[in-house]
Ligand binder design. Structure first.
Ligand SMILES: Cc1cc2nc3c(=O)[nH]c(=O)nc-3n(C[C@H](O)[C@H](O)[C@H](O)COP(=O)(O)OP(=O)(O)OC[C@H]3O[C@@H](n4cnc5c(N)ncnc54)[C@H](O)[C@@H]3O)c2cc1C
Length: 302
């Protein structure tokens, strides 16, 4: 498979997600061109090797079980071009770099996304956002590849999306690139705001521990953190996973947490918040099951 990109074998996935959890993957590959990505998909299909696409792993709860398949990462496909107020960026660009490149050219509309630690592709899948700006706000279109390597471009109007959600969360569609409107603004003011936002994140989020951002979506009625904190759950611990004391909508990997610990804690939080507020918390993070990605985990094969 080396001909398709940078190939690693028997990879510890703990190194590839911000919770620092997960088993091993048989292969991890970073394709070095779109053509090679298409070739890789063909090869994986021929060989019946299951695959899963991962960005920075900052919004996922990976399973503890090993994955007898191939993790695809698009970090090497990260080109950005800006022309006539239209930005076209490949999905492997780091989101912070994407926003910083825009700022360099005077476009301030995505500055508030600096501080979200993912790649552009992952941000599109989850419609990531912060401080009242979400990635879909200025999006024009998304170019995607299907499992067979076919490419098409979808206009924003053709895509189902909402707060921290898109149809891509449920499909095997690969995001290749997207284009966006650039809006010029006061760069100095934006830089000040970025500084303030980053300080705010540092003061209110448990960045000193491994975590994957907000666990639950905020509901129309209340912020998830408020509901969890007022259900008395700050510091509540299951195994190595703990509800952060700094921000109750964050679960931290406090002490060698497993995926199972985190999922159990999620269920416990949901139950307690439902009991106290009759409110169904909706998960923002994505629980990954290898069974949904080709039904092959090492445990299963034993
Ligand atoms: C400290 C911290 C703070 C955070 N703050 C915020 C915040 O303010 N706002 C916010 O919205 N989020 C926040 N997050 C969550 C997370 O960073 C974002 O959701 C981010 O956009 C996820 O990107 P990723 O590359 O890490 O995606 P991953 O977690 O790697 O993947 C997420 C999903 O997208 C899929 N995927 C990834 N790339 C592609 C692709 N190219 N094609 C198809 N599918 C793909 C994966 O299969 C997975 O289903 C935070 C996380 C952390 C750890």
């Amino acid at each position: 498979m080396k001909e398709y990109g940078i190939l690693l074998e028997n990879v510890d996935l703990k190194e590839y997600n911000t919770y620092g959890i997960g088993g091993k993957a048989k292969y991890l590959i970073m394709p070095t061109s779109i053509e090679r990505l298409a070739g890789l998909l063909k090869k994986l299909k021929q060989e019946k090797i299951p695959w899963y696409i991962l960005g920075k792993g900052s919004n996922v709860i990976l399973p503890d079980e090993d994955f007898d398949g191939c993790i695809i990462k698009l970090d090497k496909l990260n080109k950005i071009t800006i022309k006539n107020d239209i930005i076209t960026a490949a999905s492997g660009i780091v989101l912070g770099k994407f926003a910083a490149e825009l700022l360099k050219e005077g476009y301030t509309n995505y500055a508030s996304l600096i501080g979200i630690p993912g790649l552009l592709g992952g941000a599109i899948v989850g419609n990531a956002g912060a401080y009242k700006v979400a990635i879909f706000d200025y999006l024009i279109d998304v170019t995607v590849m299907d499992e067979l390597g076919n490419i098409k471009t979808l206009k924003k109007e053709e895509i189902n999306y909402s707060y921290r959600n898109t149809e891509f969360k449920k499909t095997k569609t690969i995001i290749l690139q997207a284009s966006f409107k650039g809006i010029k603004g006061d760069v100095k003011k934006s830089q000040e705001e970025i500084k303030e936002n980053l300080t705010k994140r540092k003061n209110t989020q448990p960045l000193e521990y491994k975590n994957a951002g907000s666990v639950f979506k905020n509901s129309l009625n209340a912020a998830a953190g408020y509901l969890i904190e007022n259900s008395g759950l700050k510091d509540y611990t299951i195994g190595g996973a703990k509800v952060s004391n700094k921000h109750a909508n964050f679960i931290i990997n406090y002490n060698n947490a497993t995926s199972k610990d985190i999922k159990k804690l999620i269920e416990y939080i949901k139950e307690k918040v439902k009991e106290k507020y009759n409110e169904e918390l909706v998960l923002e993070q994505i629980i990954v099951n290898w069974e949904n990605h080709g039904k092959k985990s090492k445990k299963e094969n034993k």
